[in-house]
Design a binder for this molecule. Structure first.
Ligand code: ZN
Length: 91
């Protein structure tokens, strides 16, 4: 599933507890086109908490594109027929 969300792009798979780059990355929120997977995988992927088809949970996602401004994201979403857009910073 493709959507536009405000997320903190992860630095690497070590995580904030072991890597200062990750701690820094966790502070930085960016507007991103993300692809959310509804099935679990063996891959390293960040998790996002949301509700998909009425089922709340943590889902794996991949960052496809990072935007510098909301306008850029909205324009991109229109061009790529992505209608699931949430630009709220609150999570
Ligand atoms: Zn890291």
């Amino acid at each position: 599933m493709d959507m536009i969300r405000v997320v903190s792009p992860p630095h690497c798979k070590k995580g904030p507890a072991r890597c200062s780059g990750c701690r820094e990355a966790a502070q930085t929120k960016k507007i991103c086109h993300i692809h959310v997977y509804t099935t679990e995988s063996e891959e390293f992927r960040p998790l996002i908490q949301m509700e998909i088809r009425g089922i709340p949970g943590f889902y794996e996602y991949e960052i496809i594109e990072v935007f510098e401004s909301p306008n850029e994201a909205i324009e991109y979403a229109r061009e790529n027929s992505i209608d699931d857009i949430d630009l709220s910073m609150g999570r």
